[in-house]
Design a protein around this ligand. Structure first.
Ligand SMILES: Nc1ncnc2c1ncn2[C@@H]1O[C@H](COP(=O)(O)OP(=O)(O)OP(=O)(O)O)[C@@H](O)[C@H]1O
Length: 317
């Protein structure tokens, strides 16, 4: 288990990571999300021990041992700055990393062929890396990170630079790592991919946690809150004060409403009001994608931050 508590990282005047607390459970796929500059890479570098935290703690428990970062013998790492040997062949590159991690020759041969086939790269095995497209080089780098079958896999933006077909291959790749019992932490900007595979997510903004938890629960909570209603005929919400004054109602079309339930409001309370407006022919939850949830949460957090900064400026004046 990985436990992060009140972690902070400052660079001169910039607070890159601002008091983060979260856990990563063994065997799960954990996604770090957030806009550019949110602090993901700074966090990742502390998790792998490349930089020191200014405050707080990281505790990795592995059997009887504890570590204050993920040690290299337990880790498969795809760093933000990629680096392989362009003049060497695909196989030589992979063999180099496998040897570095003590993988036997027999294990290497089997795993190398297995993953190259999964990524449609089998026939490129003897070509120099520089002859491959950037996306294909990235796939080789991904393979190099996990050939030694580490317990923990940390991937900084594994989808970047890949076309949709190759992004899907990476989703399959990550699902297989999970199946093999590895714990995967990844940072990513591709919400559709994250939605397909993450068990839990941590959304960062300006170094702080904005959303943290089970992906399924996050999606369900948002889904339950927005109700789409379609009537047989057009309706006039101004005729019903109790609805328009107490609920957030948006008229989508003359016969369709979108209602966002606020704290403590329930469908039971809403139903009689909806029925009194006209004949309801369809009532459904409006699913929100992770993409929309992300955008709304970041926008709300930014406006909260700027209004609290604004008020503190007024006080200091
Ligand atoms: N070495 C550094 N020196 C000074 N500031 C830094 C350094 N590294 C990161 N920062 C700043 O810390 C903040 C967080 O950056 P970080 O790279 O961790 O974000 P990120 O979420 O990984 O962004 P991206 O999605 O663009 O990779 C940014 O404001 C960045 O400019």
């Amino acid at each position: 288990m990985l436990q992060v508590s009140n972690l902070e990282k400052h660079y001169q005047s910039v607070t890159a990571v601002n008091g983060l607390t979260f856990d990563v459970n063994p065997g799960e796929i954990f996604a770090l999300l957030g806009p550019n500059g949110a602090g993901k890479s700074s966090l990742v570098k502390m998790l792998v021990g490349f930089t020191q935290a200014d405050n707080g703690s990281i505790t990795l428990t592995d059997g009887d041992e504890t570590h204050d970062y993920i040690p290299s013998h337990l880790l498969g790492y795809l760093p933000e700055d990629r680096g392989l040997y362009p003049e060497k062949s695909v196989k030589q590159n992979l063999a180099f990393f496998a040897t570095l991690h003590g993988v036997s020759k027999t294990d290497f041969e089997g795993r190398c062929l297995h993953w190259l086939e999964k990524f449609n790269l089998t026939d490129r095995i003897d070509e120099p890396l520089k002859a491959l497209s950037k996306g294909n080089q990235q796939k080789v780098q991904l393979i190099s990170a996990i050939l030694h079958q580490p317990k923990w896999v940390l991937l900084d933006e594994p989808f970047s630079g890949l076309d949709p077909i190759n992004q899907e291959l990476v989703v399959t790749f990550l699902a297989e790592l999970k199946q093999q019992g590895m714990t995967v932490i990844l940072s990513a900007h591709q919400m559709a991919m994250v939605e397909k595979l993450a068990d839990r997510v941590l959304l960062l903004n300006q170094g702080s946690a904005v959303i943290y938890g089970e992906l399924e629960e996050i999606l369900l909570a948002k889904q339950a809150a927005v109700i789409h209603v379609r009537y047989a005929d057009q309706v006039d919400i101004t005729s019903l004060d109790e609805l328009k004054n107490n609920y957030v109602v948006e008229t989508v079309k003359s016969n369709q409403l979108l209602i966002t339930l606020q704290n403590n409001q329930t469908l039971n309370g809403l139903m009689p009001l909806l029925a009194s407006l006209g004949q309801v022919v369809e009532l459904k939850n409006q699913a929100q994608s992770l993409h929309t949830i992300y955008l709304n949460a970041v926008a709300a957090h930014n406006s909260e931050r700027s209004s609290s900064e604004g008020s503190s400026v007024e006080i200091s004046q």
